[in-house]
Design a protein around this ligand. Structure first.
Ligand SMILES: [Zn+2]
Ligand SMILES: [Zn+2]
Length: 1023
């Protein structure tokens, strides 16, 4: 155990002690209003409240604690208990605590259901009286109840004191019950079909609290329930042997030999851990039923198939020189980025290589077509390195493109959900692509410089286009003096990592908003960095990799220039730096450089090479509900447009939390799905990762007693903040108390000095924020609030401060009230303490959110249960199991692409997307007028022979609504198309724009328009 873990242990002990009262001998306030753990209310009080509160009253302020076990036999055995408690008495000037009583009690266990044995009342009352708490009393109850798997024994300690005694607080405090039950059997958690991976045994459950095993057949109540999550290591040395050298450097020089060795180890591991013999052994030892055993064998077949896929990747590298070179050059780029200090690591985690190898066949080789019909999802816990995995894959693809004649165009379009695209991620992409560009140039590989595009547009804080003195909504002013501040997206120069020499400025001659590094020794030497942030510049230059937010898919139906994201542009302007051209518009022949009406030249590379080879979706699980449903329609549109342009992209995705993956990707992308890696035969162990002994996160379940959640939160935060201040002010004393070295204290103060209070709804976040201001009596406490409403600039500045804390503790951020905006993409090593208000309704949110703490150091997560709620009470009862098995308790993602309500929203965009993507380019090719106005569209449709029937059929094919259950959707679609054509052909139309012709209104401007507004109705099939 290291200093960090010991410090976490100390924080927890102190926090619990402060809530229970261990830390105090006297109090100036009535204990009932101050202490919120380890207390028992008088039974009579609970009974009296039952009429009003029902069972909730008992949970909010319980009168008993205890344990629930399964005895080896219901045999009426006598068991020994030990009850501990203190009482509080009023004295002049405050309250005094009695010494802690320890009363041994024997009790006979009943043999009949409903029969309650009671013992110890007199002994406990006498002891209490002996310390001056006359009139208080408690007793031990033993009862046999019908449980899920037979009869359970429930033993509790019950406070049977009267409600009021003068000058005595009638609650009992610091209560603990220890029970020696003798031999028991474990409870078995109800399993899913893959339960063979998990140890489902639970030795005992707590009643109104946690339970600890203190010896064979001996249990004690605890005031909290705890589960320790272990930190994974990415190699199973025990079975796979010494780690293969998978450093960037070695893969850059000897890729095939290295990866062969890796695959051989993978093969060996799989043959060992998934062998028939091993499964038979476990089937017997763990008493699997037939269904479980059958399922395990199926999973073993899949595991062997996965080895085959990975091996095929190595074969491809060996047999395809260009692909092998691309992979090696990509590794060289990573090595270089590391040398510049832009990549923290020098080597891959094996699973990252496994994923890339398993998917190489979608880039090259005979199966590329078939492989692109499958969505491959990287499924790994947060913090594992999913972004880097994608980076390696896409960089290999980018080099392979350049080596096989694709000198221009987008290799990959990566989509991040709404606000989830972090500047850190963007910087990482820029860093490695900068290194890759140097590698490319030095190797003399032809083609455009590798460039990164940042496609988020005005919603996300970057310009759609730059104009001179634009009217509102018509672009960003090139003379805005705030440009350098507002649009600095990169934190550092990706080539030399200089922070101070990086500037943002507008270049009028190139008409480009550039990041420029002015460092004298920068390898890029002052040229505009290959990094584009203006939508229009992305259309003009088609960066190698485009990072964007998901909502930009709607632009396909707003901007003809989005064509480069699914097909080839229409031409190239011959003037320097003007870039690719699209359909002619007013005053232009298709060049997007303002005022240019030069005739475009033809493309110099085959048109079908332009479209992206890879479309990536980050945090796949967030594509749910109406957002997922709307996106599904736009994905279908993009697919159709790209297919007509002659290619199809590989879809890859990533997520840490998946349930119902295959159904989700079928709804989203109309493709089969596959996940990588396959979970190992044991939950904590696969070839790619296995739990180590090191603590990753300690989850502590708490149910505040007799006080509000707000009060408990204030107390907890106050305690945590006082503890770090104590550590700062008294390093020697803290070192002794916590068992950590004195030298470690400043670092510990930094790592554990920020508390995140997480609310899953805005009301809770606001309440927490108000508390920080008003209720926590710590002078100089610096709170901040982070929610979806926090301006982006404030978020950035907060993240910067958290990452690079002020030298003086007093100046730092101390507490953060945060909403779910924090639950993705925030990757800060200094967030290690969290207080969660209530269990979020979605288990995925629980996993994602708590993963924000303890990313590199042991984290501490307090879950304050809203114990009056049924769901929280249910989770609290099984808290350790809930945390351990959370990833299996995730609800399948609710999504359907077959919703009439969604079709009504997307129809205009789908049709307009076809006009921009298919019909207008054909019109331009035949020198007809662009299809921008109703009258031109009508004429164009006539000349191109676009008919209502063909258009309706194309939309039906696009969405795949051809089944017998899709009748309503087809009818809606046909109806919309009919109305659209009718409006188009109406001689008396007043429609000014094409968008006025759609019966459902104009195309959506952003996919985020639907968020949380539209209920999704499923039409048959899965909801
Ligand atoms: Zn530089
Ligand atoms: Zn031009």
């Amino acid at each position: 155990m290291d200093d960090n873990e010991r410090f976490v242990g100390w924080l927890l002990r102190e926090a619990i002690g402060s809530a229970r009262g261990d830390a105090f001998r006297t109090l100036t306030v009535r204990p009932e209003g101050r202490l919120w753990l380890g207390r028992l209310a008088p039974e009579e009080k609970v009974e009296r409240q039952r009429d009003r509160l029902g069972d909730r009253g008992e949970r909010l302020d319980p009168c008993e604690v205890g344990i629930r076990v399964r005895l080896s036999a219901i045999d009426g055995r006598r068991i020994r208990c030990l009850a501990r408690c203190v009482a509080w008495r009023e004295v002049a000037g405050g309250w005094d605590k009695t010494r802690r009583l320890k009363v041994p009690i024997e009790i006979e266990t009943p043999t009949q259901v409903g029969d309650v044995r009671v013992s110890g009342g007199a002994a406990i009352a006498a002891e209490l009286s002996g310390v001056g708490a006359d009139g208080l009393s408690a007793e031990v109850h033993a009862e046999v109840e019908v449980g899920k798997e037979g009869l359970d024994l429930v033993v509790t300690l019950v406070n049977v004191s009267p409600i009021e005694i003068p000058h005595i607080d009638t609650n009992l405090y610091e209560v603990e019950l220890e029970v020696e039950t003798g031999e028991t059997q474990p409870f078995i958690l109800e399993g899913l079909s893959d339960s063979f991976r998990y140890d489902r045994r639970v030795p005992a459950y707590g009643v109104n609290g946690g339970v600890a095993v203190v010896g064979p057949g001996a249990f004690a109540t605890t005031d909290y329930a705890v589960h320790d999550k272990r930190r994974p290591v990415y190699w199973d040395e025990e079975v796979a042997g010494d780690l293969v050298d998978v450093s960037f450097g070695r893969l850059a020089t000897e890729p095939v030999a290295t990866l062969r060795e890796l695959v051989d180890r993978f093969d060996h591991w799989t043959q060992t851990m998934w062998s028939d013999d091993e499964l038979r052994r476990r089937e017997h030892a763990e008493r699997w039923d037939a269904e479980t055993a059958g399922f395990a064998r199926e999973q073993a077949d899949l595991a062997r198939a996965e080895v085959g896929r990975v091996r095929r990747g190595v074969d491809l590298l060996e047999g395809n020189q260009a692909l092998c070179r691309a992979f090696a050059l990509a590794n060289e780029a990573f090595q270089r980025a590391h040398d510049k200090g832009a990549m923290p690591h020098t080597a891959w985690r094996p699973f990252q290589l496994g994923f890339v190898l398993a998917n190489l066949s979608s880039l090259a080789g005979g199966d590329a077509g078939a492989e692109r019909d499958i969505v491959d999802t990287l499924w790994f816990q947060t913090g594992g390195g999913k972004t880097e995995t994608y980076l390696l894959f896409v960089m290999t693809a980018a080099f392979y493109d350049r080596l096989t004649g694709k000198g221009s165009g987008i290799t990959s379009w990566a989509r991040f959900p709404l606000r989830m695209l972090s500047l850190d991620q963007t910087q990482r992409f820029a860093n490695v692509f900068a290194a890759a560009e140097l590698v490319r140039a030095e190797a003399g590989i032809a083609g455009d410089p590798f460039t990164v595009g940042f496609l988020v547009g005005e919603n996300g804080g970057t310009p759609n286009k730059m104009r001179r003195a634009p009217r509102p909504g018509e672009g960003t002013d090139i003379n805005d003096p705030d440009l350098p501040r507002k649009f600095r997206i990169l934190l550092r120069c990706p080539f030399c990592q200089s922070e101070d020499d990086l500037v943002v400025r507008f270049d009028q001659s190139r008409w480009a908003l550039d990041h420029v590094c002015e460092a004298r020794d920068c390898p890029w030497q002052g040229r505009p960095l290959p990094f584009r942030i203006v939508d229009e510049e992305i259309y003009r230059w088609l960066p190698t990799v485009v990072l964007g937010t998901l909502d930009k898919a709607a632009n396909v139906s707003i901007q003809a220039g989005m064509r480069g994201l699914y097909a080839a542009p229409l031409g190239l302007c011959p003037l320097p730096d003007h870039g690719f051209t699209y359909a002619p518009r007013r005053g232009s022949n298709g060049c997007l450089y303002p005022g240019c009406n030069t005739r475009p030249h033809a493309l110099t590379q085959p048109a079908e090479r332009f479209a992206p080879n890879v479309r990536m979706q980050d945090e796949l699980h967030l594509l749910r509900d109406s957002l997922g449903s709307v996106d599904a329609h736009y994905e279908a549109l993009l697919d159709q447009l790209q297919r007509i342009a002659g290619s199809s992209p590989k879809m890859i995705a990533s997520s840490a939390t998946l349930a119902g993956h295959d159904d989700q990707v079928r709804a989203l992308y109309r493709r089969d799905g596959r996940t990588f890696p396959l979970p190992g035969p044991l939950a904590a162990r696969s070839f790619w990762s296995r739990d180590s002994e090191a603590l990753s996160r300690r989850y502590v379940g708490l149910a505040p007693r007799g006080v509000t959640l707000e009060y408990a939160n204030d107390q907890l935060v106050e305690t945590m903040q006082n503890l770090v201040r104590q550590a700062r002010d008294d390093p020697a004393g803290t070192s002794a108390a916590a068992g950590v070295s004195v030298d470690a204290i400043p670092e510990l103060v930094s790592l554990y000095g920020v508390d995140v209070v997480y609310g899953s709804n805005l009301k809770d976040v606001e309440a927490a924020a108000r508390s920080f201001e008003a209720q926590i009596p710590i002078p100089g406490l610096n709170p901040i609030t982070l929610t979806g409403r926090t301006p982006l600039e404030d978020v950035r500045s907060a993240l910067r401060r958290l990452k690079n804390p002020e030298p003086d503790f007093a100046d730092r951020i101390h507490v953060i009230a945060a909403s779910s905006m924090l639950s993705h993409g925030v990757d800060i090593d200094r967030l290690n303490v969290m207080v969660m208000w209530g269990v979020p309704l979605s288990t995925a949110e629980f996993i994602q959110t708590t993963a924000r703490v303890g990313r590199s150091f042991p984290g501490l997560v307090f879950v304050l249960h809203k114990i009056a709620r049924e769901r929280d009470a249910g989770v609290f009862r099984v808290f350790p199991s809930f945390v351990e098995h959370a990833d299996r308790l995730i609800d399948p993602v609710p999504i359907t692409s077959k919703s009439r309500r969604i079709l009504e929203l997307t129809f205009a965009g789908l049709e307009q997307g076809r006009i921009y993507g298919i019909h207008e380019p054909q019109a331009v090719a035949r020198a007809l007028q662009p299809l921008t106005l109703p009258v031109r569209l009508r004429r164009g449709f006539d000349q191109l022979r676009v008919t209502e029937a063909a258009e309706a059929q194309a939309l039906i094919d696009m969405l795949g609504v051809s089944g017998p259950l899709d009748e309503n959707l087809r009818r809606d679609l046909a109806g919309y198309v009919r109305q659209f054509f009718r409006a188009l052909r109406d001689p008396s139309t007043t429609a000014q724009w094409v968008s006025d012709l759609f019966p459902t209104g104009p195309p959506m401007r952003s996919l985020r328009d639907v968020e949380e507004q539209v209920p999704v109705y499923s039409q048959g099939g899965t909801p």
